[in-house]
Structures are given as C-alpha cells and as structure tokens.
Design a protein around this ligand. Structure first.
Ligand SMILES: Nc1ncnc2c1ncn2[C@@H]1O[C@H](COP(=O)(O)OP(=O)(O)OP(=O)(O)O)[C@@H](O)[C@H]1O
Ligand SMILES: [Mg+2]
Length: 266
C-alpha cells in the first residue's frame, strides 16, 4: 500500500471503548495481513498496557515526540503480535495539555511527525477522554475520525461537542477530515438502546453512522489483562466477529472514499 491511512479514535466522553476499539480494530486489520501502528495518546497508558507493554520502562514515548521533537521511528516498539507495533505513552504525557500549546504551530506537530515515511497500512491513534491539545493534534493528523458512542442519552448528547471539534479542525488544518460514529456496548434487549440507535441513525444517516455495532461482551474486559487483541485471545467471541466486520466496513468506506483497493482477507 502506498500510504499510511490514519484513523483517530476519539470521544470527549470517558469509558466509551476508545481504547478497546483501537486494540480490537488493530487486531482485525493485522488478521487481514495488514501492517498496523497504534499510538497511545493518553497518559493513563491503557492502550500501552492492553498491548502488553509496561509504561515508564525507559523506552521513548509519545510525549518525546510531542514535546521534545524526537523522531517517531525511535519510539516504536513491537508487540507480541506480528505486524502490530506501538508507540507507548506514559505519565509524562500528562503535562502535554499545558506545554503543547506553548510550541509553535502545535496543532500540526503529530501530523508532521508521522510524515509519509512509516511503513504501515494503518496508523491508529487512541485519544484521551478530553478535547484538549492532544486530541486536536490527533484530529489534525487523521484521515478518518471514528467516534465510539454508547446508545445512552448522555453519550449521544456528548457528540455535540465532537461535531463542534470536527468543524474547528476542518476550518483550520484538516479540511478533508471525515468521521464515522459507531455504537458500542449495545444491548438489543434494552429498549432505550434501540431508541437511541434509531435516533442516531436518523441524525447521522448512512454516511455518518457505521452499520456495524459492537455488543456487550465481557471477554473484552479480559483481553487487556492478557495484553493481546480480542481476536487473538478468543477468536470466535461475538465482539471479535463484530470488530472484524467493522474493519471490513471501514476498508470499504476508505475504498469508496479514495477509490483505492485494499487487500482483502483470504
Ligand atoms: N463491547 C463491550 N462489552 C463489554 N465491555 C466493554 C466493551 N467495550 C469496552 N468495554 C469495557 O468498558 C471499559 C471502558 O473501555 P475503554 O477503556 O476501552 O474505554 P475508553 O473510552 O478508552 O476509556 P477512557 O475514556 O478512560 O480512555 C473497559 O473496562 C472495557 O473492557
Ligand atoms: Mg482509553
């Protein structure tokens, strides 16, 4: 593939499966034979941990790239899964919200650091639950933003701020940013969930809302402990199948958007 396609996973709301989706989509892409780089942009380091890497163990981290202009190639670590690499974060990133805005042209630091030289099919950015300088960097670096949301009133309401952030980033440094919302932790037996799903469908339509939904699956709570994606942990569990379907849907979307052919699984 000629170019890294960058997918940013963000939502100001906490605990909506951003990190779970970053790991699981990465796992699904890798299963298809694609090469994936994941980048942890959260000082909580949940993505780093979920991919089996201990933060603060002396390797470079994303804060060295954002705050100290280190070359990103030097911060990439392998994971136990072939073709799945990671740029870890650590608690140092906590100061980024304060110090990043001091830097010149700070919104484009991450995009410039990714450049066009990395040898991956997909780069997946996992954001913290905030709409600060770090998330704005990730939206500026993105080809596509994907927004996990629960089918709950407060989660749907929080999308308003996400839409405002998209407008801001489009008007500043990334006019071609596209977004897709998707529903996580869905329970089809719950009437409120079905109602919210219908409302999201009406509001955002087929271009804004992914068809694939991720249902509740407690196995997803176990896979970070093992430090591998869900499909490498329990291949046939429901959420593994759903994240595979989502990966295929995203590739179709990208293909339609860029009229580019990606490799399909055998
Ligand atoms: N489909 C699912 N079914 C059941 N549990 C899930 C599902 N998706 C995620 N979870 C669980 O929900 C919790 C929050 O998920 P996760 O950490 O991925 O969210 P997040 O948006 O990254 O949170 P934060 O905002 O803190 O970064 C975790 O315990 C995770 O295991
Ligand atoms: Mg997270």
């Amino acid at each position: 593939m000629s170019r890294n396609y960058t997918i940013t996973i963000a939502n100001e709301k906490g605990g909506v499966a951003k990190t779970t989706s970053a790991v699981s989509l990465a796992g699904a892409f890798v299963e298809m034979g694609l090469r994936v780089l994941t980048i942890d942009l959260d000082p909580q380091s949940n993505l780093t941990l979920a991919l089996g890497h201990k933060p603060n163990t002396g390797t470079l981290s994303i804060s060295d790239i954002l705050l100290k202009s280190e070359n990103i190639s030097n911060a990439i670590v392998p994971t136990s899964i072939e073709n799945l690499d990671l740029v870890p974060s650590n608690s140092e990133l906590g100061v980024a919200e304060r110090f990043l805005p001091v830097r010149k042209n700070h919104d484009t630091i991450l995009r410039n650091s990714l450049g066009n030289f990395l040898d991956y099919d997909f780069i997946i950015l996992d954001c913290p639950p905030a709409l600060g300088a770090v998330t704005l960097n990730a939206l500026t670096a993105a080809d596509m933003l994907i927004i996990p949301t629960q089918a709950e009133y407060f989660s749907a309401y929080a999308l308003k701020n996400m839409m405002a952030a998209i407008r801001q980033v489009r008007s500043q440094n990334n006019p071609s940013l596209i977004y897709r919302i998707f529903i996580t932790m869905y329970d089809g037996r719950n009437r409120a969930h079905r109602t919210l799903r219908d409302q999201l469908q009406t509001t955002f339509g087929n271009d804004g809302l992914l068809k694939t939904m991720i249902e509740i699956d407690t196995k997803l709570r176990e896979s970070p402990i093992v430090g591998i994606p869900i499909m490498h942990y329990v291949s046939k569990t429901r959420s593994a199948q759903q994240y595979r379907a989502m990966a295929e849907e995203l590739i179709e979307n990208v293909g339609e958007l860029e009229q580019k052919q990606f490799a399909k699984p055998a």
